[in-house]
Design a protein around this ligand. Sequence first.
Ligand code: NIG
Ligand code: FE
Length: 423
Amino acid sequence: MADSLLICGASQLLTLRGHGPRRRDSLSNLGLIEGGGLLVRDGLIAAVGTRAEVEKLPEARTAEKIDLGGRVALPGFVDAHTHLIHAASRAEEYELKIAGASYDEIARKGGGILNSVKRLRATTSEALKKRAHAALKQFAAYGTTTLEAKSGYGLDVTSELKILRLHQELAAEQPLEIVSTFLGAHVVPTEYRGKTGGTERYIQLIEQNLLPEIGESRLAEFCDVFCDRGAFTVEQSKQVLQAGRQWGLAPRLHAEQLSRTGATRLAILLRAASCDHLEHVNKNDIQALGKSETVATLLPGCDFHLGLKQFAPARPLIEAAAIVSLATDYNPGTSPTLSMPMILSLACTQLRMTPAEAITAATINAAYALRREKSIGSLEVGKLADLAVFEVADYREIPYYFGVNHCWMTVKRGRVIHAAKQV
Ligand code: NIG
Ligand code: FE
């Protein structure tokens, strides 16, 4: 007998049904069903509709039932940019930043990413795993059902492989889906710095010692590069991403975060899955993104945490028809949050996106950014039964409330993986 589940009683069921990545006006189309419900069979959505439509199906009568009691349900959030595996916070740098030190200054003094690298190399796989498991429980508690995870705090063969193997082990040990990205080109590690040809030799290590193992053991699906001042140039980024592609890794990029480098143009040229950050894109970049299939992933948590005033130009990007998505960028240096609802609040107040646009950007468009639009991101027949249920009466209240968690239940592949404690 198939394992069926009837989920009904949502005051608003946001299905996000529709075709293609959402651009411009279609970002606002949530496919809302009032009093909606769905039938789940073996972890997949078998039917979606009004409560009456779903309840009259013969299978619904024998199915296990969850009544949402008038709450709001939507597809589980897809967090398309995280640096899941890291050893510790950088709270000491947070204090320095508040006192006036810039992100660049801290990085130049050996803090920043290199600080996290030093700590990760000194931490066992077991300890890293324990920290990641705790974080993943929190992601689920805030309504996330799929996340991308990048390496990039190892920056030597042993430590990068250690991170990527953890992605694989974690994916098997807990319910959230983890999409693995290799970010060996995050920055040039200390041992290669200040030496002639150091960067070139590090890129050689990536090409000759890391990518073959990653490709053969299928440890990552994507290859990312931090293309910015203090990290890698456009030419170097292109070299790494092309090498990654030879091993079957699709490109994505950290682009125009601290300065404009031309990384967005490179992402489009390489048909990258996404280019992320985009605080410093120019008008031509925006127009080019509007004509491309490369998703523009915005990470307002970074600017908020760093206290920066220049957020990514979300409205011009939407007007230009770019495929806008949102993510936490969960990491210890620039965005220590794993709350997608908080990101939605920032998207509304700082990026001037509407609640509907922000929800679309955090679900179906984020699924496009991870090339998983056929299986997740909307509540449609045949897709995974991945849902987030919020203790609110109207979907606009999801970003409206901030700094509190109203996620009432999270369902992954038809299984409840988080339920709020009864008070
Ligand atoms: O996405 N920009 C590069 N990577 C991270 C920051 C990493 C760090 O500071 O540790 C980001 O913001
Ligand atoms: Fe990042």
